[in-house]
Write a protein that binds this ligand. Structure first.
Ligand SMILES: NC(=O)c1ccc[n+]([C@@H]2O[C@H](COP(=O)([O-])OP(=O)(O)OC[C@H]3O[C@@H](n4cnc5c(N)ncnc54)[C@H](OP(=O)(O)O)[C@@H]3O)[C@@H](O)[C@H]2O)c1
Length: 306
């Protein structure tokens, strides 16, 4: 089968290539998925899990990409809950070969059935951004109706999902980003947009929850915005500054079949819109990964046509 592999940590995207790999092995409780569409995170080449397995052993050549939408073609020993021929979408394990491939082995529990009327391209844009936004706002941030949340990078992958989910939950949303992000953020439903290039972050006032996707200085300064009892949630890096009278949480997104199914329902109902910026074939994945080549919205790699 054809797959994109990375072999050399120091080579960056120049070390990515379209390669012939053996068809994957289905372990216990796995399914093999014929990948139709794959999503990736631009920073993946910096993740330890791209280069080593859970025991820290080298696992190159490894296949990046950890979101997928496709069709189940094989069940592993003892696998239940999904069937051959079923459309599915979800998250692939971080420390196994990923989804920039014609076939991939995934634990069945990391996938949810994909309704027939949602296109694979749209579905592949949903798992990481959608699950991360949900877990950040509601599991870690404990955001409730009537509260105020400040969402950094409101026009980006996670931010755009978070804005829509927070609005639907009845929260007041302050979105931040660059000047060019203003219209998209307002279109997604932020009540107020704060241009981080022009305005002072401190002008946002006190909020119940901050969702940070940027890290660094923006994350440090966000701690002071959290009101007593509130939460600073970040997906960028462990926080260096704590809110004076609140919590700070850094987490890595976890698979969740039930939540994936809920997100798919929201997409079908038109209540949640993943922002797909570009769709490219598998052979162009290395170019799509390259720094500075990103478009606004998620880039999806179309591996197989329907
Ligand atoms: N911990 C986890 O489980 C988890 C899960 C998902 C993602 N992540 C990480 O979270 C980060 C965000 O992911 P994403 O998919 O949302 O990325 P994304 O689509 O690139 O969104 C980030 C947004 O923030 C904006 N931004 C970045 N730096 C900024 C700054 N200094 N001032 C103003 N705006 C700024 C970006 O604008 P530009 O595009 O113009 O820079 C973009 O609109 C990535 O580092 C990703 O690896 C972590």
């Amino acid at each position: 089968m054809q797959a994109i592999t990375v072999r050399d940590r120091d080579a960056g995207t120049a070390g990515m290539s379209l390669t012939d790999l053996p068809y994957p092995h289905a372990a216990e409780n796995d399914v093999i998925v014929r990948v139709h569409a794959s999503g990736f995170t631009p920073g993946e080449l910096d993740w330890p899990a791209t280069w080593a397995d859970r025991a820290g052993r080298d696992r190159t050549p490894s296949v990046p990409g950890h979101e997928l939408s496709g069709v189940v073609v094989e069940l592993g020993y003892g696998t239940t809950g999904l069937s051959v021929g079923q459309r599915v979408f979800g998250l692939a394990d971080w420390t196994r070969n990923g989804t920039l491939a014609e076939y991939t082995a995934v634990e069945a529990r990391n996938l949810a059935p994909l309704p027939a009327d949602i296109d694979h391209t749209l579905a592949a844009a949903l798992p990481i951004s959608g699950l991360t936004a949900w877990q950040a706002l509601f599991d870690h941030g404990r955001l409730t109706t009537g509260q105020t949340v400040l969402i950094h990078g409101a026009a980006g992958g996670v931010g755009s999902m978070a804005v829509q989910l927070a609005r639907e939950a009845g929260a007041r949303v302050i979105g931040t980003g660059r000047s060019a992000d203003r219209d998209r953020a307002l279109g997604l439903g932020v009540d107020t947009f704060l241009d981080l290039q022009a305005g002072r972050l401190e002008d946002a006032g006190e909020v119940d929850v901050v969702l940070d996707v940027i890290g660094g200085d923006i994350l440090d300064r966000s701690a002071a915005l959290v009101r007593a009892g509130g939460t600073l949630v970040t997906i960028a890096m462990p926080p260096r500054v704590q809110p004076a009278d609140g919590r700070a949480v850094f987490f890595v997104v976890e698979p969740d079949r039930a939540r994936l199914a809920d997100l798919a329902t929201r997409v079908r109902d038109g209540r949640l819109k993943p922002v797909v910026g570009a769709v490219r074939p598998l052979a162009e994945a290395p170019a799509a990964f390259a720094p500075g080549k990103r478009t606004s919205g998620k880039t999806i790699i179309r591996v197989t046509q329907d």
